[in-house]
Design a protein around this ligand. Structure first.
Ligand SMILES: NC(=O)c1ccc[n+]([C@@H]2O[C@H](COP(=O)([O-])OP(=O)(O)OC[C@H]3O[C@@H](n4cnc5c(N)ncnc54)[C@H](OP(=O)(O)O)[C@@H]3O)[C@@H](O)[C@H]2O)c1
Length: 248
């Protein structure tokens, strides 16, 4: 595996869960991280934890639905470190709800964060990575991007779209620009993601996950580190991780 020493990684949604643990793991492998999310206090604390341990981290408040903030995050990385080697499109929301309950505002939010937020970040780093003739874009998708379950129609829709975008990026960028593209597709992971569900019926259905041993954010972070540590001729296209106990 290639050493990540000196590599510069932007992580969206770095204030909790998979993004937070991935930031810690990438810095342990030698990368410099640039952290974005909306909760400044959490980003500041994470950056301090990394620097206290001898790593390098910058942070900026970045709501991925605001294109200017995403552009600024990429510019921060480029101006301070002179390059962007890795983009982890991790920011995401999973506001599960049954269609009959018409949580239209939440459908909008998921489309804005899970699809448009990713596109804004891709647009922000592409000129930098194309100039470098190298880079890795890691999109955090889900098993919900391959199959649909009740209450997950719109969330799944966003992750299906993300998978299509990932494959399109790979086809266009990999051979021509030396930019690799990876889709990480976890099953259930123990993070705060599920706690933001407001639809009572959907929340009740999700309680079934309490019965099984689901993944830890650490498990997903390990897969991300694996994917971005490969030599330039190896593009890890997809990694699917499902808890051994998860049936659907
Ligand atoms: N947990 C699972 O079971 C699971 C399974 C498969 C895939 N995933 C995917 O994994 C990714 C990370 O989720 P997680 O499980 O680690 O949940 P999480 O702990 O809730 O993390 C989500 C992150 O996204 C950020 N975020 C939300 N809205 C944002 C916005 N508008 N702009 C910028 N950042 C925003 C949050 O930070 P702020 O609130 O501070 O902005 C938070 O840091 C998501 O894409 C999710 O779809 C999770």
């Amino acid at each position: 595996m290639e050493n990540l020493k000196g590599k510069v990684a932007i992580i969206t949604g770095a204030s909790s869960g998979i993004g937070e643990v991935t930031a810690l793991e990438l810095t342990k492998a030698g990368a410099k991280v640039v952290l974005g999310a909306r909760r400044a206090d959490r980003l500041e604390a994470l950056a301090k934890k990394i620097t206290d341990a001898g790593g390098e981290a910058l942070w900026a408040v970045c709501d991925v639905t605001v294109r200017e903030q995403v552009d600024k995050l990429a510019a921060l990385a480029h101006e301070k470190y002179g390059r962007v080697d890795i983009l982890i499109n991790n920011a995401g929301i999973m506001l599960l709800s049954f269609m009959r309950n018409r949580h239209v505002d939440e459908w909008d939010k998921m489309i804005d964060v899970n699809i448009k937020g990713v596109l804004y970040a891709v647009a922000a780093v592409l000129p930098i990575m194309r100039e470098q003739k190298s880079g890795i874009i890691v999109n955090i998708s889900s098993v919900a991007g391959k199959r649909v379950l009740p209450s997950a129609a719109v969330y799944s829709g966003t992750k299906f779209a993300l998978n299509a975008i990932t494959e399109g990026l790979r086809q266009e960028l990999s051979a021509d620009d030396g930019i690799r593209v990876t889709s990480i597709q976890p099953g259930a992971v123990a993070t705060e993601l599920i706690t933001h569900v407001t639809d009572a019926e959907a929340a009740k259905r999700a309680e079934m996950l309490d019965q099984i041993r689901i993944l830890d954010a650490q498990d997903v972070a390990a897969a991300i580190v694996f994917a971005v540590s490969q030599p330039p001729h190896v593009n890890v296209n997809e990694v699917t991780l499902i808890p051994g106990d998860q049936r659907n």
